[in-house]
Design a protein around this ligand. Sequence first.
Ligand code: SF4
Ligand code: SF4
Length: 248
Amino acid sequence: MELAQMITRKIISLVREADTVTEYRKPLVGFASAHDGLFTKMKEIIGPHHMQPWEILPEAKTVVAFFLPFAEDVVKANKKTDGVAKEWAVAYIETNKLIENICRELKKDLISAGIAVANEKATHNFDEETLKAGWSHKSAAYIAGLGNFGVHRMLITPAGCAGRFGSLIISAEIPPSSRPSEKYCLYYKDKKCLFCVNNCPTKALTVANLDKHRCYRHLLEIDSSFPDLGLCDVCGKCATGPCAFYKR
Ligand code: SF4
Ligand code: SF4
């Protein structure tokens, strides 16, 4: 079996067998060359702190990115709840663990096939003061062809934006996935939507800007609503609109 297929099947089967309350739709998997010029551009777009794949794994050849889309019920619960739904908070916690598990299991298989692997944590890999991360799973997913960015600064994939991303850097070559030419954000497409901006409870989000600090202060306030779940800095009210499931 070719490597891309083996990795994709493994991710799909680990999600299918996951021991979680949260249910998922079918994961998406994409591949990017570790030497894609967009990784270099990330240093300009995100900042010089953003690492290139080979700064994480010197022998990097490919970046594997994946998206785990939440089941529709999780998103609907968060949409209809004032504040944040417990289902959404649980999905966040469980999915971060699931991403770590997927990376761990893939690592075992790849290393036993003689392939070197490295990955960054699923979340909280950012500086608490600047909120800057050394590696963006969303940007890796963009370069690996999984989707494009919406006004809410999340990546919209063909399965929507409601879910979580993970990525790994590996030393084997896999042909890169093509990037979609179609814009998935309805506002960027024809100015017909601003659900995310209008649904943001803190007004941190505008078309021109995302005030990350204002957003994150709100996420930390939400954390105190779920004391039994561990660090649960979530909101996602901007991810419950028409691009949550993107099916066109
Ligand atoms: S809610 Fe509408 S404007 Fe916001 S990202 Fe989604 S499609 Fe774009
Ligand atoms: S996560 Fe919440 S506070 Fe942050 S931009 Fe989205 S809707 Fe606004």
